[in-house]
Design a protein around this ligand. Structure first.
Ligand code: PMP
Ligand code: GLU
Length: 410
């Protein structure tokens, strides 16, 4: 007798329509190939290859000795972390907040999800600038909203034209989601441009969700400005998203921050109490130490950002020598967006390249380098390389990509 088929139960439309995070998926595929014995270079992952600074890890070890470390923390976060976040926002973004304006979440992604859930009604629109981080569109849809995409161009430093923003605004617009420095283009909004956006959005009193997670990773003369710092009105309309994942090399600790006016932070805290309870206690203690930024932490951040700047210089110099590829020098974050559109419709080493997804797959299969196809960022024809990978991997990745692109192209 044949064994009965297992019951495969029906799932929600919500989850059926959802694609898994492409950025995380690419790295997991690279890890799976490594586990099979292949030497894969992972330039897909948007996470620091450097370890969490030892002094932050030590702060977590110390916190493990606390009697209350195994308990739930307050939903909005431990008082010392919320206070440290206020110190951080005043120091780094010239923003004045009290603890009541701060919510600690399990990663910045959770802070974004809660912000969208707190603001968006079904049918509301949220404006995004392409290329945008892949999870934004998914999170907007999960909250019941509709992403409205405003394109930007490399020749215009990946900053939107205000006329295009004006046209995208509609009576249904609930929020504008911006990300400076940006993932994946490394665009940094200058203060004057932000001022224009603030003024334009004031007419309709829409929310600004400002993802500033890469705020400390800026290069050359670029300066990070928070829209919330530009006026009282902007402060009242902005939810700042931040965290320790990138600046402090703490992706796995899962600590994010949301800062904003008390009404929206209270609403997001209510949502968190039902969804996640609170962020992990020990990680909160480590983050409280990190955000106060005692000298050893400041020193570690300086070294890491210096390393990113050197890698940024090296990868942009290298990319300029590649056949048929162009790129724009990133001003912040740790990604290089390669415009590979000249390869689409051709073949490389006998493999037909229909689009950036087949290009990324072929690069992984043939050259064993993981990169993220630009389609998932709303920028088809491009590939995103992360230069947060350790130096030796980055070097090896560049050599492999170059060798592969120089194969016979038809
Ligand atoms: N925002 C941007 C722009 C990101 O690139 C990421 C990627 N990690 C996040 C938010 C989420 O950060 P976290 O890992 O803290 O959830
Ligand atoms: N933000 C990173 C990236 O873009 C990490 C992965 C993720 O959370 O999407 O690759």
């Amino acid at each position: 007798m044949s064994s009965p088929q297992p019951w495969v139960g029906p799932l929600s439309h919500r989850v059926q329509q959802l694609a898994p995070s492409a950025t995380l998926h690419v790295s997991q595929r690279a890890a799976a190939l490594r586990a099979q014995g292949h030497t894969v270079v992972d330039l897909g992952a948007g996470e620091p290859g450097l370890p969490t600074p030892a002094c932050i890890v030590q702060a977590a070890r110390d916190a493990l000795n606390r009697d209350d470390i195994g308990r739930y923390t307050p939903v909005a976060g431990i008082p010392s972390l919320r206070e440290a976040a206020c110190v951080k926002f005043a120091r780094d973004q010239k923003l004045t907040y009290d603890s009541q304006h701060i919510l600690v979440t399990p990663g910045a992604k959770a802070a974004l999800a809660l912000a969208l859930e707190a603001l968006v009604n079904p049918g509301d629109e949220v404006i995004l600038f392409a290329p945008y981080w892949t999870s934004y569109s998914a999170l907007i849809r999960l909250a019941g909203g509709t992403p409205v995409i405003v394109p930007t161009r490399a020749q215009e430093d990946y900053l939107p034209r205000m006329e295009a923003v004006r046209q995208a605004l509609s009576p249904k617009t609930k929020a504008i989601l911006l990300n400076s420095p940006s993932n994946p283009a490394g665009a940094v909004w200058p203060q004057e441009r932000l001022q224009e956006l603030v003024q334009l959005s004031a007419r309709q009193a829409v929310w600004l969700i400002s993802d500033e997670i890469y705020g400390r990773i800026v290069f050359d003369a670029a300066e990070h400005t928070s829209p919330a710092s530009l006026s009282r009105d902007a402060w009242e309309r902005t939810i700042v998203i931040d965290g320790v994942s990138k600046t402090h090399a703490m992706t796995g600790w899962r600590i994010g921050l949301a800062a904003g006016p008390a009404n929206v932070i209270t609403a997001m805290t209510k949502l968190q109490s039902q969804r996640f309870t609170c962020a992990t206690a020990v990680a909160q203690h480590a983050a409280a130490f990190a955000l106060r930024e005692p000298p050893p932490v400041a020193d570690a951040i300086k070294k890491m950002t210096h390393a990113y700047q050197q890698r940024r210089d090296a990868v942009t110099r290298w990319a300029a020598t590649l056949p048929r590829v162009t790129c724009h020098k990133p001003q912040g974050a740790f990604y290089l967006l390669l415009d590979c559109s000249a390869y689409i419709g051709r073949s490389i080493g006998g493999i037909p390249i229909d689009n950036d997804i087949t290009l990324a797959n072929a690069l992984l299969e043939q050259a064993r380098v993981a990169a993220v196809p630009g389609t998932v960022f709303g920028q088809p024809g491009t590939l995103r390389l992360s230069f947060a990978a350790p130096d030796h991997e980055l070097q090896q990745g560049m050599e492999r990509i170059e060798e592969w692109l120089r194969r016979k192209t038809l």
